[in-house]
Design a protein around this ligand. Structure first.
Ligand code: X90
Length: 277
């Protein structure tokens, strides 16, 4: 059985060891520039261009054809998307899946709506790849991944909600006053796949301990954990140190956000996804 994992680029992964994988890029549009969120995107250039540009900026998700191209010739495709509550990526993938199955009888596309993004998608992709390596039956993998999903979570610390608000992904009232005095908006991906703000803190020295307390309060106990950030390896590392202090180990990794998450989560953001075991 030919398996493949395909995810949109908001997972921050561009490659995967051992299991066939493709990342399908979203696009960040700044005036006449189109930043394609693939392994060649220059994040610094994008950030500089965004800073200098005074007009409206936007993003776009993969088209069904983009997804189909990435499915390649796989017989069982596991397709992981950014939350369907905030992006058309999932519905585009779902159209692609139907077309692919019609065109190639016997092949199947299994959709996983992360109801989240970034590191939580990466956790789902890791779990899928473990199960594929064990050569589990695709239907069983599909059942297990949805079960695993319920036990993963994402918290965020954001220094600005500008791009989210300007693109209608959060209530503009929420965005007011953020970006001043080192204020961070702290919260989590809701069960519905939207941003659920929970608190504010002044500075990361307060924000990162808040993360640890909240991670602990929903049952984290040393399982797999992934941190991503934009221009903030200092606080990502602080969070890691605090986690080690609290749980005795750090079973995961820290990575940079790629273009899509950098655009929406914005500089100084920290995202963390973990298992509630
Ligand atoms: O153009 C598109 O289709 C892409 C739209 C994406 C909008 C949401 C991006 C969120 C990025 C923000 C912090 C964590 C959010 C938790 C998810 C529910 C990251």
């Amino acid at each position: 059985m030919k398996y493949k994992i395909v995810a949109d680029s908001s997972s921050n992964l561009t490659s995967l060891k051992q299991v066939p994988f493709s990342s399908v890029p979203l696009h960040i549009i700044v005036g006449d520039r189109n930043f394609v969120d693939d392994e060649n995107v220059d994040i610094n250039d994008m950030q500089e261009t965004l800073k200098a540009y005074k007009g409206t900026t936007s993003t776009s998700c993969p088209s069904p054809q983009d997804w189909i191209n990435a499915f390649g010739d796989a017989e069982a495709v596991f397709c992981v998307t950014i939350t369907s509550a905030l992006s058309g990526s999932y519905s585009s993938a779902s159209i692609a899946g139907q077309m692919y199955e019609e065109q190639y009888p016997g092949r199947k596309v299994y959709l996983v709506d992360s109801l989240s993004t970034g590191p939580q998608m990466a956790l789902l992709i890791e779990k899928l790849s473990e199960m594929i390596l064990k050569e589990m039956d695709p239907e069983e993998i599909n059942r297990e991944i949805h079960e695993y999903h319920k036990h993963t979570h994402l918290f965020f610390s954001l220094a600005s909600l500008d791009n989210l608000a300007k693109n209608g992904r959060v209530n503009p009232i929420l965005a007011k006053g953020i970006g001043l005095l080192g204020i961070r908006v702290l919260g989590k991906a809701s069960d519905e796949g939207t941003l659920q703000p929970m608190d504010k803190a002044r500075g990361d020295k307060k924000a990162m301990p808040w993360m640890v307390n909240n991670i602990k309060s929903i049952g984290y106990n040393g399982g797999r954990i992934i941190i991503s950030h934009a221009n903030n390896s200092e606080s990502a590392n602080l969070l890691k140190e605090l986690l080690i202090k609290e749980f005795g180990s750090f079973n995961g990794y820290i990575c940079d956000n790629t273009a899509l998450c950098t655009y929406y989560a914005e500089p100084l953001s920290v995202l963390v996804a973990f298992e509630d075991n």
